[in-house]
Design a protein around this ligand. Sequence first.
Ligand code: GDD
Ligand code: MN
Length: 368
Amino acid sequence: MVPSSPELSIVVPTYKEAQNVQALVSLLDRALTGIVWEVIFVDDNSPDGTARVAKDLAREDARVRCIRRVGRRGLAGACIEGILSSAAPVVAVMDADLQHDETLLPRMLDEIRAGADLAVGSRYVEGGSMDDGFSSIRRWGSETATALARRFLKVELSDPMSGFFMIRRERVEAIAGELSREGFKILLDIVASTPEPLKTVELPYSFRERQMGESKLDSLVTAEYLGLLFSKISGGILPVRFLMFAAVGVSGIIVHLAMIKLAAMTMDVSWVRGHFSVVQFAATMIAMTWNFVLNNQLTYRDRRLKGLQFIVGLLTFYLVCSFGTLANVGVASWLYGFKASLWVAGIAGAIMGAVFNYAASSVLTWRD
Ligand code: GDD
Ligand code: MN
């Protein structure tokens, strides 16, 4: 007898998950009784032999498949490739590290069978949660990213950063050419790129703590996320406010250079040379304060902060600028790593920093 083809494909991107693959397949086997399913591991040639482990399993279990990609990296790209390799009408995406609750899959499938296009596992709807192992800085990052997505992409999901969802495959096939291969934010990208709204349900789940291996989400991923936001945002015309903000930023650079010059002129030159980091730090603080005051006066005159709010705003602005610097340096070094010229890398980094500062400060410092 020819086995019937699967109704559900579970696409699992993997990078260095050799210790988790077997356990995940066992959990899926237990959770998905009564459903004809397959799992597709999409591995980016992990040095720990994840693909080999998956293929060993595939030899014994016809429901297991593995795509081994060589010379490529990227969570989103791996997910897209897995989805497009499938023939099942419904596909799910989930992490390999057992952080996503596989027992939610049958309920997601029920929702799709009942007519939904998309079912999302959410940590932020009533009943959902996050393990305490999730550091407060990541929690903050996740919330900020969600706020940015809401604001700029008009995405209404409670957890657009979720890496755990199920969707009708045809909905991804239709927009596959538009999706970004970089970064982590595949769900957000799908939702923001789909012309007519997807019928969506969100189901709560508890994000578990990772037991084996380690997370690959780092500052570069954050920078890539901002890049995704940027590319989606610039699909329209750049907002006037952003141009204003950028102009203020340029004036800040001039202030910064002027401060260094002033120090060199008014103080003993050998002292300035010996204490350059002190001078640089002071000039940076002055330039940031300058930028804050100008933005408060001009860019955000309609939301101008006064009194105590002014102080709090200034402090959040310092914080935003510090992260903006990270995004800037991250992007510049990343591009430089691909043999981009110093100029291209430097300018791309500066643009990234400016966009980040703009986006984050509009949410944190001058929220409306
Ligand atoms: N093929 C491939 N290529 N897979 C990758 C890559 C890559 O470059 N980077 C990461 N992965 C795989 C990991 O092996 C894991 O199965 C999954 O993608 C998620 O990676 P983690 O490194 O565990 O991410 P996380 O736990 O920090 O982030 C998760 O939670 C976030 C929500 O806070 C992910 O689900 C994110 O998508 C989600 O936004
Ligand atoms: Mn994880």
